[in-house]
Design a protein around this ligand. Structure first.
Ligand code: ZN
Length: 312
């Protein structure tokens, strides 16, 4: 969007409004005024003198000048290139305000807002998708579970988990996995934390609605022993040290992104070459999810976690 100042949009909106008034309401009032003057003159039986006529002509002349001035200004303002003027509409300004508030509350990114505004302007209608996503944000902020399960509890949408303490076995992530997914709070298909699973499925469903195929790892909760095996066999730095991984708490997942050919995007992919992944990276935050390893030394573009989490 080339015109992204709310005050500028507002100014142009009122400027255009005043031009409109000068071109329509003022001439109408003037014509009526002259009409009334002439009638009054007749009723009072005054003789029509030159002064009276000149007065009326002057009024008409000034009105015409004002009209053409407003008309030409309006033409200048409304040239196809003056983007700001095209955007200066009350509905667009209101939409802009609403989105700006969302940006301020960090519900959406400035990028999303600009993209959304472009959508509004291009299609001249509201993109329902974004509105729906805003509601999702409210949904996950309401997530609460005071009960600590598998060392995790959720308050106002934030995942709290017990940090790793060397030598204290019950702080090792993955320790409680063998009892999942039957354990309370983890009783979903793959044994993820239910809140996290809920976000993931909503996210993946929305991707599907947009035409992108994404699947989550079937390993909802990674056992301590599995993490030990990964740590031993994978390239150093690739797998988290045993006991540390959020996978062991059921609040992380590794996703598979599919291309339009129906096959998983091969490694070395980018957001552009693999649009389903691009969509995921761009939209995760609105579902309370994040990809924390996009810029890690060992980049993991598939690893997803809750956006807000904290050790206790
Ligand atoms: Zn992972």
């Amino acid at each position: 969007m080339n015109c992204n100042s709310l005050s500028l949009l507002n100014f142009i909106y009122y400027f255009k409004l005043s031009l409109g008034i000068m071109m329509t309401i003022i001439p109408v009032i003037v014509i009526e005024l002259i009409f009334i003057r002439v009638i009054r003159n007749k009723i009072k039986n005054r003789k029509v003198n030159t002064d009276f006529i000149i007065k009326q002509i002057k009024t008409v002349f000034y009105t015409i000048v004002i009209f053409f001035l407003a008309y030409s200004l309006n033409m200048v303002v409304n040239t196809p290139n003056s983007v700001c003027s095209m955007y200066a509409r009350k509905d667009i300004i209101n939409e802009y305000k609403r989105l700006q508030e969302s940006v301020n509350k960090s519900d959406i990114s400035e990028d999303t807002m600009i993209k959304y505004m472009e959508n509004v302007l291009n299609n001249d209608k509201k993109d329902v998708k974004v509105v729906k996503l805003d509601n999702k944000k409210d949904d996950f902020l309401k997530e609460n579970s005071t009960k600590t399960l598998n060392s995790v509890y959720v308050k106002n949408g934030v995942f709290y988990y017990k940090g790793y303490v060397a030598g204290v076995y019950n702080t090792y992530s993955g320790t409680n996995c063998p009892s999942n997914p039957l354990k309370e709070g983890y009783n979903n298909k793959f044994g993820y934390n239910n809140f996290f699973y809920n976000r993931l499925t909503t996210f993946i469903d929305e991707a599907s609605k947009n035409g992108y195929k994404i699947t989550m790892s079937e390993q909802g909760c990674r056992s301590y022993q599995t993490q030990v095996n990964y740590y031993r066999t994978m390239t150093p730095g690739r797998a988290a040290p045993p006991g540390w991984s959020l996978h062991g708490l059921g609040i992380a997942s590794d996703l598979e992104f599919y291309g339009s050919n129906g096959y998983p995007c091969p490694y070395g992919r980018t957001d552009k070459s693999c649009p389903s992944m691009g969509w995921a990276h761009q939209n995760a935050s609105r579902f309370g999810l994040t990809f924390p390893l996009l810029n890690a030394s060992y980049k993991e573009d598939w690893h997803i976690e809750p956006i807000s989490k904290q050790k206790y």
